[in-house]
Design a protein. Structure first.
Length: 301
């Protein structure tokens, strides 16, 4: 064990730091459970009533890996010995990376679908996402190598940290990816709104932008904290952002599912009554994909 653990001031500071980390995770667990309970009905409808697609698989990865991360952190905090700490810490970092990659992939796929699977948009999104994917994997591997030589205390705590230069590179790539997604979605939203005046498409785009803007704000806060704020706040903020990104992605997916079901119900009612519907009544009509996607539906991935 490192010698600086033995001084009373160091032990007190370490204890306060770990207590703060536990408080943050208690808040995160509360938010995750609350979100799950309040959306359980829609989530069951989505899981049981939709076909298996890549987006649905990513939803499952984001949604339920988060519970595993919270349970693993509780296991680490309550662990009386340090024997299993390296394995638990490595697994925790790997799962956090999986959640972040799945969440960003959901945002990328929804933007790609909003652009009607345009080839140029696919290439632009794919280049940045693959760069971000590689950066994240390198960071996860670097963390795993460092954990093999890290000394843990009771509760699987350690004062070691990853160099800021290694952490900042994936965050810069994440920031660029999120800016690209937000910009593409804003442009598409304004273009469709001017052409069709369809409220539902605008609402769908606003949902997408709103969720990604929230994730973008987390990324900016983390970058500013890593670069300019003294102290080791990185692990707490990084884990908080990743869990928040997973929640934002899954909430966006459920909201789009609800909007799609609502628009389908409106179309069905109109067909049964045999009456004509107006675009403003239906709230959505995607003219460019009318031959592919039925009017009133949100494009599925």
């Amino acid at each position: 064990m490192n010698s600086h653990y033995g001084t009373p001031s160091a032990q007190t500071a370490l204890s306060l730091r770990y207590r703060g980390v536990n408080h943050v995770f208690i808040v995160l667990v509360t938010i995750v459970v609350y979100d799950f309970v309040t959306n359980l009905g829609d989530e069951l409808d989505y899981l049981l009533g939709s076909r298996m697609t890549l987006a649905k698989g990513l939803f499952l990865g984001c949604r339920y890996t988060t519970f595993v991360i919270c349970a693993m952190h509780a296991r680490m905090s309550l662990s009386p010995s340090v024997e299993g700490c390296p394995g638990l810490a490595e697994s925790n970092i790997l799962l956090l990376g999986i959640v972040l990659l799945c969440a960003e992939c959901i945002f990328v796929l929804r933007t790609y679908a909003l652009w009607n699977c345009d080839r140029r948009v696919r290439i632009a999104l794919l280049v940045l996402y693959l760069a971000f994917f590689c950066g994240t994997m390198i960071l996860v591997l670097a963390c795993g190598l460092q954990l093999k030589t890290t000394k843990f205390t009771s509760g699987c705590y350690s004062d070691s940290s990853i160099p800021a230069d290694l952490i900042i590179a994936p965050y810069i790539l994440l920031l660029l990816l999120e800016i690209e997604v937000v910009g593409l979605t804003f442009y598409r939203m304004i273009r469709y709104y001017r052409a069709t005046r369809c409220r539902l498409l605008t609402l769908m785009a606003q949902y997408n932008v709103g969720y990604i803007l929230a994730g973008l704000l987390f990324t900016i806060v983390n970058i500013v904290t890593i670069c300019f704020v003294p102290g080791d706040y990185g692990p707490v903020l990084e884990a908080s952002q990743i869990i928040a990104q997973g929640l934002l992605a899954t909430r966006m997916q459920l909201d789009l599912w609800r909007l799609n079901r609502h628009s389908l119900a409106v179309v069905t009612t109109s067909d049964l009554t045999g009456t004509e519907y107006d675009q403003t009544d239906l709230e959505f009509e995607l003219s460019q994909r009318a031959s592919i996607v039925p009017s009133g539906t949100v494009p599925e991935i």
